[in-house]
Design a protein around this ligand. Structure first.
Ligand code: XUL
Ligand code: CO
Length: 480
């Protein structure tokens, strides 16, 4: 393929940052006939992040960017250590495969350990860098797509062998540490074979290939001690209904997920299966639009009980909701399993995958998490990347520290709200008319219309109280 066309193709692929991970010129996607994969250079000698210390908690008055100001892993807040509320995870794809490429521009990052190839040697070196990064950051979980960590090859068998080789190294690096994957997943969106979807592809051969890929990704997640497994259906959707049999595609998706449940049980993988809703991008319309749509799908196909949801904050805003709405929808339906912590940009309409630094938003997120009693065995995965213009190695640390500190402030604020109690009291009072004999009857599903009509006649015009929204907002703000 001509170089200019190749670059054009890669840039066009990169509308979503998350879709750029293996498609930039730096990382050489294996499906293009290039010289990628020929690198035989040896292992990296020495430290990947010299000069970066282990990140410590120094408290809010610290001016040191390489320290935690609010996240204090061992500190108990609301009855749990902070590290157990969060169970923070580094997303391998953004942190170690993100190149800074965007739809209009080439990669901007040139990390010292990268040699510009997509070879096995490079994959291993990158994995070592990733483990040093987690160790220095003090984070003991990570998330990965199969194809982030090991290169594609010409056949599925060879690709699986590549994956095994890198997974073996990850297993060795995990040994003697408490590091494990928070979740693993299969990348069913990058390769051209998945252009019509994986489980919802119109091609049977692709459905089978996707099944084989998920089977293998579940096996390696299990082997590495992973606690969850994610399904993000980036291409499980449509571009136009004119050429789409939506019912058939949804039936196929359900059959695929049922087969995943069966296989999980067969191999004794006790991890939670998570669906990650997103409304669109890369497709015009994805089937797992939002939490409520995903819940309806799971109910229709008898899959509730087998799946929970991985709520990603910027996916929530792309679907026209708030992150808090999506978290609460998942929570009240017993489906809140994990959070892909990130945020978008109010002026950019796509999935910018930014680190969340808004304290108010973080407090709302933590309200749901605390009401849920935590997320375990799920956690917080930073599905977030550096901005294209942030090119220093230390920026990788600063971004994670800032995201962790913001969420830690959110948790501390929720503790203040709970201790103060007035927001909870405001909500309780708002519904107190239902704390009555008739209210209990209605809530037990026994409030028949004849009885209610009699009461309405007897009571006359009801008195309606203020919702006190401004007071609720005042109480909330005072905790920030
Ligand atoms: C894409 C996205 C993915 C999933 C995993 O928007 O969030 O990275 O989290 O496939
Ligand atoms: Co995500």
């Amino acid at each position: 393929m001509k170089e200019a066309y190749r670059v054009f193709l890669l840039l066009s692929l990169c509308l979503s940052l998350s879709a750029c991970i293996a498609s930039s010129a730096n990382t050489c996607p294996a499906y293009l006939e290039t010289k990628c994969g020929d690198d035989t250079s040896g292992d990296w000698k020495g430290e990947f992040f010299p000069g970066i210390p282990k990140i410590k908690y120094e408290g809010p008055s610290s001016k040191n960017p390489l320290s935690y100001k609010w996240y204090n892993a061992e500190e108990v807040v609301l009855g749990k250590k902070m590290k157990d509320w969060f169970r923070f995870s580094v997303a391998f794809w953004h942190t170690f495969r993100g190149t800074g490429a965007d739809p209009f521009g080439a990669p901007t990052k040139s990390w010292p350990w990268e040699d510009g190839t997509n070879s096995i040697a490079m994959a291993k070196r990158r994995m070592r860098a990733h483990f040093e990064f987690m160790d220095k950051l003090g984070v003991n979980r990570w998330c990965f797509h199969d194809r982030d960590i090991a290169p594609d090859a010409k056949t599925l068998a060879e690709t699986n062998a590549n994956l095994d080789e890198v997974v073996e190294l990850a297993k060795e690096l995990q040994k003697g540490t408490d590091i494990i994957p928070l979740w693993g997943t299969a990348q069913l969106f990058m390769h051209p074979r998945y252009m019509h979807g994986g489980a919802t592809s119109s091609e049977l051969g692709v459905y089978a290939y996707a099944a084989a890929q998920v089977k293998k990704a579940m096996e390696v997640t299990h082997y590495l001690g992973g606690e969850n497994y994610v399904f993000w259906g980036g291409r499980e959707g449509y571009q136009t209904l004119l050429n789409t049999d939506m019912k058939r595609e949804l039936d196929h998706l359900a059959a695929f997920l049922q087969a995943a449940v069966d296989y999980k049980k067969k191999i004794g993988f006790n991890g939670i299966l998570l669906i990650e809703p997103k409304p669109q991008e890369p497709t015009k319309h994805q089937y797992d639009w939002d939490a409520a749509t995903s819940f309806a799908f799971l109910q229709k196909y008898g899959l509730t009980g087998e799946f929970k949801l991985n709520i990603e904050c910027n996916h929530a805003t792309l679907s026209g909701h708030s992150c808090h709405h999506e978290l609460e929808t998942a929570r009240i339906n017993g489906l809140l399993g994990n959070i892909d912590a990130n945020t978008g940009d109010p002026q950019i309409g796509w999935d910018t995958d930014q680190f969340l630094t808004d304290i108010s938003e973080a407090t709302l997120v933590m309200l749901s998490v605390v009401r849920n009693g935590g997320l375990a065995p799920g956690g917080f995965n930073f599905d977030a990347k550096l901005r294209r213009e942030s090119t220093d190695v230390e920026d990788m640390f600063i971004a994670h520290i800032s995201g962790m500190d913001t969420l830690a402030r959110g948790l501390r604020n929720v503790a203040k709200l709970i201790e103060d109690g007035s927001l909870g009291e405001l909500v309780r009072k708002r519904y107190q008319s239902f704390d009555s004999e008739l209210g209990a009857l209605i809530e037990a599903g026994k409030g028949d219309f004849e009885t209610l009509e009699k009461k309405a006649m007897e009571w006359g015009e009801p008195t309606v109280s203020s919702a006190k929204q401004e007071l609720a907002e005042m109480i909330f703000q005072s905790a920030l």
